[in-house]
Design a protein around this ligand. Structure first.
Ligand SMILES: NC(=O)c1ccc[n+]([C@@H]2O[C@H](COP(=O)([O-])OP(=O)(O)OC[C@H]3O[C@@H](n4cnc5c(N)ncnc54)[C@H](OP(=O)(O)O)[C@@H]3O)[C@@H](O)[C@H]2O)c1
Length: 242
């Protein structure tokens, strides 16, 4: 996308710490942002006032994405929805396991399928999924979260292949720890010593939502026109220590 003005971008999960910053960055560029949220309180937490150009859409991942029936055709889609629920494998709760997959994986697959079947993604459009380094380096208690993100990355590559003739590009941003409520939940079960050890693994410190927004904007842009099916590692150097 050379000029951003008036581009219609779908951001699923604008009520997330990261999704809200992505939506604001796109609005600043002059895009029209169609942003989904599930919890109204969280939408208002990030957007006390709804800025011009932002169209909030109420949608929970277990519902069919019927909002697409009346939506415009999008030039881009960034999928930020995600949940984390520590579950040691020994105590895996089947319902919790399925719910986590529904949020982290099936929300993306169903939306992608419907976007394509309704022809709601513009030719030369770009799709970005937010994944996690845990898909490559799982952590104790994070089996389902890590597996759901690994599934999302594999789906992203298959989608890139199936959309290449349109052409629509599809990429994943594989994030390390980003300052957010999800980060607070990820470290909640650690004691102070464990938390300090974890954070010390990041040579550039932990990330900010704006770092993720910058990466997503690059992948949405025409500067990334030859990049598809990739996993952009965004981890502040974490892997250098693995
Ligand atoms: N923060 C990190 O350290 C980190 C690291 C790696 C990857 N990521 C990924 O980055 C993305 C954003 O993370 P974040 O930290 O900004 O998350 P967050 O603040 O915890 O927000 C989670 C988002 O997912 C939405 N959501 C959760 N369950 C849903 C459901 N059943 N139906 C519809 N929406 C649902 C929430 O909607 P409501 O608030 O409206 O309920 C919210 O928009 C996620 O995919 C996450 O896995 C984050």
């Amino acid at each position: 996308m050379n000029s951003w003005k008036g581009k219609k971008i779908l951001v699923t999960g604008i009520s997330s710490a990261i999704g809200a910053v992505i939506a604001r960055a796109l609005l600043e560029k002059g895009c029209e942002v169609f942003g989904t949220y599930r919890t109204e309180k969280n939408l208002h937490l990030h957007f006390p006032e709804i800025p011009d150009g932002l169209i909030p859409i109420s949608w929970a991942a277990h519902e069919s994405p019927t909002f697409l029936d009346s939506s415009p055709v999008f030039e881009g889609w960034v999928h930020c929805i995600g949940a984390i629920q520590p579950q040691p494998i020994k105590y895996l709760n089947p319902k919790g396991n399925q719910d986590l997959f529904a949020v982290n994986y099936f929300s993306a697959t169903e939306l992608a399928s419907k976007l394509l079947s309704l022809k709601k993604m513009q030719s030369s459009g770009s799709i970005v999924f937010l994944s996690s380094v845990s898909s490559h380096y799982p952590y104790r208690g994070g089996a389902t979260y890590a597996a759901s993100k690994a599934a999302l990355e594999t789906f992203s590559k298959a989608l890139a292949l199936e959309c290449s003739h349109l052409p629509i590009r599809v990429n994943s941003v594989v994030c390390g720890l980003i300052r957010s409520t999800m980060l607070d939940r990820s470290v909640a079960h650690l004691d102070q010593n464990q938390e300090e050890k974890l954070l010390a693994k990041y040579p550039l410190g932990i990330g900010e939502p704006k770092d993720v927004a910058n990466a997503c904007i690059f992948l949405l842009s025409n500067e990334a026109r030859w990049i598809t099916g990739s996993q952009l590692l965004l981890d502040g150097g974490l892997m250098l220590n693995s």
